[in-house]
Design a protein around this ligand. Structure first.
Ligand code: BGC
Length: 764
């Protein structure tokens, strides 16, 4: 089905629905003898019980309701899942009502936003993405699953695999960055971590790929705003991590709050049927986002809750979260012939299959998971390692690693802010368990070597009241560490910012400290890239720590003091100014690409310049063509050299592979980890392709003087893209390839893709 027919003509959707229905009812009659549990249940369920399975109800903390208020509803078969029931005794009581006291004994799902850890909080997902390390991400999700399952949680609303190109959007903190290849790998790693090897294990959680789809394309970076995304960008960018999650067997999907070109994602038949079910053959069920079904009234898409229920159910939404359009209207809609009952059967079947995959019919209470210790030493160590690897060194004139002799002034609102460093979506982590940078530095260096004066109470403080004390401490110290950034509440859902500089008086204080002329290190703890132009020239090093979680302080001390070299790389482009946003590495070339040598510095533009004398290319007069730091950028405490790029063979034939390799040498004086990156560019295609696309990376740890030949394999399907007819194609022609250290710099080579190739069956 084409994009056009989704939005302008839903008839084909109906036709395919009716066909499926006919097939389903025939099968049901023929297979009674050998039918399984799910079929049997479906056959004996009343309409109300089916709608019950399709309803997720609010449980505890965030809905401010006593979860046990739902006991009667659960006994009556009126709920398929509950959210936020965080008392294991209440979980057991409700599960007993479902399994032992309801007519059909169908167990409940207990959902929770376990996003980047549970009691042991890992770095925010954007920080985890900066580690470019799927194994690390998988391990973090596994630990989170084990901890959360001790509370009876069996379903997490993660991973969020929304691609975003907009640091104003608060939920960039929750994202895995701007690149579809990296986000796909890391999203799949999270699915594997949450779901474990075996979903029936009591400590495995059903995962949920969200928010389907294009939520990160919110206009202006304002949360919930519309996404104007065409089919090409949707398929080639926003959907790729969802498809990867589907192939990895993710148990569920959550729809997005936004509309896409006029159709809310929650009732989008093109997404929920054509792509998810027909194209991908996905089996997990789809849940709405929080009240996103009834929000279609405010969108101007549904007349009322009944209309919304009809549209969502028809489009293929299996479960409604929190609002009650389904429970209020779906049974009547079926009785009155407006929604075919077989649509409900399909939805319920998908939900029951996941309950079955979780083993809930055999082991509804999953008590075996209850003993796993929270904050176990190994979990804390894993969180520390994740935080270490998430740190990105943007600048360093040699001041880092810090010399351990002498005194250090620890200044800034994020130096000792245990709640803030946990970041957004931390429902279950506690600040009491959190190790701050100040505490960690004091422990390693000793109390007397560390002079602390925050200077500013919180990140938004405008008062300069604390400046004298901070400057006094700095005067007495040999070096200054300034922990700048944003509080946790300044990123996350509904927390977008129009100005992404350091808030409050932080810049002023940094500049006053810089004027002292002492070595000054800026550490940025934030949920997004922060524009730093005004302070950059005053500081000697910049280390980005994102919101690093429970063990963030220890990890920072490890890296600042040189215990380990930083190894994180930017998973997003870092702008100079918010005015450049959106700015991302995998952009298109345009018909008038910028030419660096022809761009005049702003102040050199002659007065009275002739209209077309300034090159007429795509760039900003005042900021040029580049961001401050490209995607993939990150320094180490050593120095790496790249040489001898080789592409072999140079012609890629159908079914074959080429090897792209280069020698990477540690030419510095310390052991360090380099993230070697592979990019390509499809030079001419039937749809224009980005100027660069990431196709591989490798973390390589080398001793001083050591070198390694790093080899990547590229096959035709790695070069594929979705064409104008939304089919995956590989087109013959010339490709440029790079092995490099960020999206802008590297060694360049070439390859040819030969011969007419059939549409590739495989995904990217
Ligand atoms: C968010 C989802 C989240 C849900 C349940 C919504 O507001 O958009 O990401 O999973 O709430 O807490």
């Amino acid at each position: 089905m084409t994009w056009k027919s989704w939005t302008t003509d839903l008839c084909p959707v109906w036709a395919s629905v009716l066909l499926v229905l006919a097939a389903v009812s025939l099968e049901a009659e023929e297979e009674v003898a050998g039918e399984g549990r799910v079929e049997r249940l479906l056959r004996s369920m009343t309409l109300e019980e089916k709608v019950g399975q399709m309803s997720l109800r609010g449980g505890g903390s965030s809905s401010k309701r006593d979860p046990l208020d739902h006991l009667d509803t659960v006994r009556a078969g009126g709920a398929g899942a509950l959210i936020n029931v965080m008392d294991p005794a209440a979980v057991d009581r409700l599960q007993r009502a479902a399994v032992e006291e309801s007519r059909l004994g169908i167990p409940l799902l207990f959902g929770r936003d376990v996003i980047h850890g549970f009691r042991t909080v890992f770095p925010i997902p954007l920080g985890q993405a900066a580690a470019w390390n799927p194994d690390l991400v998988e391990k973090g999700a596994r630990i989170a699953a084990r901890e959360a399952s001790t509370f009876g949680v069996n379903w997490t609303f993660a991973p969020m695999v929304d691609i975003t190109r907009d640091p104003r959007w608060g939920r960039i903190a929750e994202s895995l960055g701007e690149d579809p290849y990296l986000a796909s790998l890391l999203g799949v790693a999270m699915v594997r971590g949450f779901q474990g090897e075996d979903l029936t294990r009591a400590d495995s959680l059903a995962a949920c790929a969200k928010h389907f789809a294009a939520y990160g394309a919110a206009e202006g970076g304002r949360d919930y705003d519309s996404a104007q995304v065409g089919p090409n960008l949707l398929r080639n960018l926003y959907l790729r991590p969802f498809h990867a999650a589907a192939e990895a067997g993710v148990a569920s999907y959550m729809t997005a709050f936004n509309e896409i070109d006029g159709v809310p994602a929650t009732a989008h038949p093109g997404l929920l049927r054509s792509i998810l079910r027909e194209d991908w053959g996905a089996e997990g069920f789809v849940v709405s986002d929080w009240e996103s079904v009834t929000e279609m009234i405010a969108h101007g898409f549904s007349a009322d809750a009944r209309d919304a229920a009809r549209q969502a159910a028809t489009a293929g939404l299996d479960m409604e979260m929190m609002s009650e359009a389904y429970s209020g209207h779906l049974a009547a809609l079926v009785r009155e012939g407006e929604v075919p009952e077989a649509l409900l059967d399909e939805a319920v079947e998908r939900i029951l299959r996941i309950k079955e995959r979780l083993g809930l019919f055999e082991d509804p209470y999953r008590r075996a998971s209850r003993g796993f210790p929270l904050l176990a030493p190994e979990s804390l160590e894993a969180a520390r390692e994740a935080a270490r690897q998430s740190l990105v060194l943007l600048e360093n004139d040699g001041v880092l690693p810090l010399d351990q002799e002498g005194t250090v002034a620890v200044i800034g609102p994020l130096a000792d802010a245990p709640h803030e460093q946990l970041g957004t979506w931390t429902f279950d982590g506690r600040k009491e368990d959190t190790r701050t940078p100040l505490a960690a530095l004091r422990q390693v260096l000793g109390e007397e070597q560390v002079l602390h004066a925050p200077g500013l109470a919180v990140s938004r403080t405008r008062s300069r009241e604390g400046f004298p004390e901070a400057l006094g401490a700095a005067r007495k110290a040999d070096r200054i560490l300034f922990f700048a950034g944003e509080e946790a509440i300044l990123s996350g859902e509904a927390h977008s910012r129009a100005d992404i500089r350091l808030p409050g008086a932080q810049e002023d204080l940094i500049l006053e400290l810089a004027a002292l002329g002492k070595p000054l290190v800026l550490v940025v703890l934030a949920g997004r890239p922060i524009t730093l132009e005004r302070v950059l020239s005053g500081v000697d090093a910049v280390l980005v720590a994102w919101h690093p979680g429970t063990m963030g302080g220890s990890a920072l001390a490890d890296v600042l003091l040189g215990e380990v070299s930083p190894s994180g790389r930017l998973p997003v482009t870092w702008p100079k100014s918010v005015g450049q946003v959106p700015i991302f590495y995998n952009h298109k070339n345009t018909g008038r690409p910028p030419q660096e040598e022809k761009i005049l510095p702003f102040d050199d533009i002659p007065a009275g310049a002739w209209q077309s004398s300034l090159s007429n290319t795509s760039h900003y007069l005042d900021l040029g063509m580049h961001p401050r730091y490209p995607f993939g950028h990150g320094l180490t405490y050593s120095r790496f050299e790249y040489r001898d790029l080789k592409v072999s063979p140079q012609v890629l034939t159908p079914g074959g592979a080429v090897e792209v390799s280069a020698t990477v040498a540690n030419a510095g004086r310390r052991q360090a980890t380099e993230v070697v990156q592979l990019y390509f560019r499809d030079e001419v295609a039937s749809l224009t392709r980005p100027v660069k696309e990431l196709a591989g990376f490798r973390r390589v740890t080398l001793e001083p003087g050591e070198e390694e030949r790093v080899t990547f394999q590229l096959e035709a399907e790695d070069l594929a893209f979705y064409g104008w007819d939304q089919q995956l194609v590989t087109e013959p022609g010339s490709f440029r390839v790079w092995i490099g250290w960020n999206a802008r710099e590297g060694l360049e080579g070439r390859l040819e893709l030969s011969g007419e190739l059939a549409p590739a069956a495989a995904e990217h």
